[in-house]
Ligand binder design. Structure first.
Ligand code: MN3
Length: 202
């Protein structure tokens, strides 16, 4: 199997009370696992593509992928890439505020951490149905965007340095329909060290 489920970098209950164990077990163990399974299944007819790094597979709206499996690769490959990042940018040892170069870029772009959070949460709240809110790096600057479904900014040539899953499966068990409450709580588990590492690498 070319693509595999990465291991979760903490226990499924480690992010409580903000992200509960049941949500984590389902989200990681079922939803993410299914994206991986279905991505591999879609690529059975194109084994050469299964050797490609996920970023290349998704680049230019999956231009390298034959049309008959493009939608499956876009949805499941996007799901795999997005969730692989999502687990990494959360931590039970969250420091609460950005550090280093990404901290400076956020202040330069948004004025304050609170204004950044407000704009990021607004992007997540405004995303109708399922999708993601993203912080992307453009040159040395950062910008907020959002995407539908499992689309990743890489499909448009943009580098995501953090992303928040606003699909109902990410919060419904604990927060029901209260997406803003989930987004507000999520800041308590953001792994700013990892976000800084991604900013440096982008
Ligand atoms: Mn999800």
């Amino acid at each position: 199997m070319p693509f595999t489920l990465p291991s979760l970098p903490y226990a499924p209950d480690a992010l409580e009370p903000h992200i509960d164990r049941a949500t984590m077990e389902l989200h990681y163990g079922k939803h993410h696992a299914t994206y991986v399974t279905n991505l591999n299944k879609a690529l059975e007819s194109a084994p050469n593509l299964a050797e490609m790094p996920i970023e290349q597979l998704l680049a230019n709206n999956c231009a390298a992928v034959p049309e008959n499996i493009r939608t499956a690769v876009r949805n499941n490959g996007g799901g795999h890439m997005n969730h692989s990042m999502f687990w990494q940018i959360m931590t039970p040892g969250a420091t609460g505020k950005p550090e280093g170069a990404v901290g400076e870029a956020i202040l330069a772009a948004f004025g304050s951490l609170d204004q950044f959070k407000e704009k990021f949460n607004a992007a997540g709240a405004a995303r109708f149905g399922s999708g993601w809110a993203w912080l992307i790096k453009e040159g040395s600057k950062v910008e907020i965007i959002s995407s539908a479904n499992q689309d990743n900014p890489i499909m448009d040539g943009k580098k995501a340095i953090m992303g928040l899953d606003v699909w109902e499966h990410a919060y419904y068990l604990k927060y029901q329909n209260r997406r803003p409450e989930y987004m507000a709580a999520w800041w308590n588990v953001v792994n700013w060290k990892e976000v800084e590492a991604r900013f440096q690498a982008a």
